[in-house]
Design a protein around this ligand. Structure first.
Ligand code: ATP
Ligand code: FE2
Length: 334
């Protein structure tokens, strides 16, 4: 059975086709971009972009998979959380296909999809997920029938923080990879030095607002090299993320850490995660890039898991839920 999955929570409109065995036949996407990158993301413009491009992405996904729309047996879409106008485009598109083909439809939670695709693509089975993306920064793990959020950002997502700082420094978008490159050229690492920056962990939560203001001031003062700021910023921010992940591992007694989200593409974050896991006797899993960033394969896969577990509703009964939380979802497929 083939499932066509649609991702449209934010700037990515993606379509993927997967077999229920877990084989990915195609995983296509387009991304909404403005001059300043995500900074000027206006929900209605994003939705317009997705409407404009959806047919071509569907066609590309089918062509790459080498199948026809009539071969699809299940449709899934990201119903939560995200920008409402954007979510609606994905849902409308999914409903159209489900009606035309007279096949079942399943709506899934985007954050949980990151975790389940990680389990499929790596050998992780019951991990603590560090989900570090543009909008989201959460530490999630399964407990008592649900995926619980053990820690999260109290203000902005770590990716948005990186992008804001990079934009302030005139580096363009996306900022994360640009700052990563600059950090590698800092001489501080060799000398064992670091610029002191505010470190903000409260229990298992993190926050980035104060740090962002501080970094912008330091950049504007012209007293620091951008390479050194980028290096010190990464060391500080990733130490915060690893600290809360480690605490969640200790609290839950789990033996696996899984990375997810675009920021998890960062080599230094991956390295710090691996070091922490090694010290604790846990295993660290990192899916390949296309399954870290927002993608439709994860939506397709979670659709398959939920459908097989018996999640069932009439097509018209499905709706978006922009503010649904990870722990609102009953996990009946595990
Ligand atoms: P969400 O998943 O919350 O809807 P999103 O769609 O913005 O958010 P992703 O596509 O998962 O998130 O990731 C985009 C973010 O990842 C951007 O903020 C970008 O700067 C960051 N990013 C990408 N590569 C790297 C890297 N090598 N180092 C650090 N950050 C990175
Ligand atoms: Fe995401």
């Amino acid at each position: 059975m083939y499932c066509l999955g649609i991702e449209s929570t934010a700037h990515t409109f993606g379509v993927a086709i997967m077999e229920d065995s877990g084989r990915v036949l195609s995983n296509e996407k387009v991304m909404f971009m403005t001059e300043e990158g995500e900074g000027g993301m206006i929900p209605n413009e994003v939705a317009k972009h997705h409407r404009l491009h959806r047919d071509e992405v569907i066609k590309k996904a089918l062509d790459t998979a080498g199948i026809m729309i009539k071969d699809i047996g299940l449709v899934s879409f990201s119903m939560s959380p995200g920008l409402a106008p954007s979510l609606v485009v994905g849902m409308e598109t999914a409903k159209d296909i489900a009606r035309t083909n007279k096949i079942p439809l399943v709506g899934v939670n985007h954050c949980i999809a990151h975790l389940e695709i990680g389990n499929l693509m790596t050998k992780s089975n019951d991990p603590v997920l560090l989900y570090a993306s543009g909008v989201n920064t959460q530490v999630i793990a399964y407990e008592g029938g649900k995926y619980r959020i053990f820690g999260e950002t109290l203000d902005i997502g770590v990716g948005n923080f990186l992008d804001s700082f990079a934009r302030h420094c005139g580096l363009g978008f996306p900022g994360g990879p640009k700052l990563e490159k600059l950090a590698l050229n800092s001489g501080m690492k060799k000398k064992g030095e670091i610029i002191e920056l505010p470190y903000s962990v409260k229990g298992m939560d993190v926050s980035f607002g104060g740090l962002l203001t501080n970094l912008k001031q330091k950049f504007d003062s012209k007293k620091y090299k951008i390479e050194d700021l980028a290096f010190s910023m990464q060391e500080t921010v990733f130490a915060m993320l690893i600290e809360v992940s480690e605490r969640a591992i200790a609290h839950t007694g789990k033996k696996e850490l899984l990375l997810g989200g675009g920021v998890a593409c960062n080599s230094r974050l991956q390295e710090m995660a691996k070091i922490m896991c090694k010290e604790r006797g846990a295993e660290c899993f990192v899916p390949e890039r296309q399954f870290l960033v927002d993608n439709a394969a994860m939506i397709s896969w979670l659709g398959i898991l939920e459908h097989k577990a018996g999640v069932k509703k009439e097509i018209d009964e499905w709706d978006i839920d922009p503010y649904e939380r990870t722990d609102d979802v009953e996990v009946i497929w595990r």
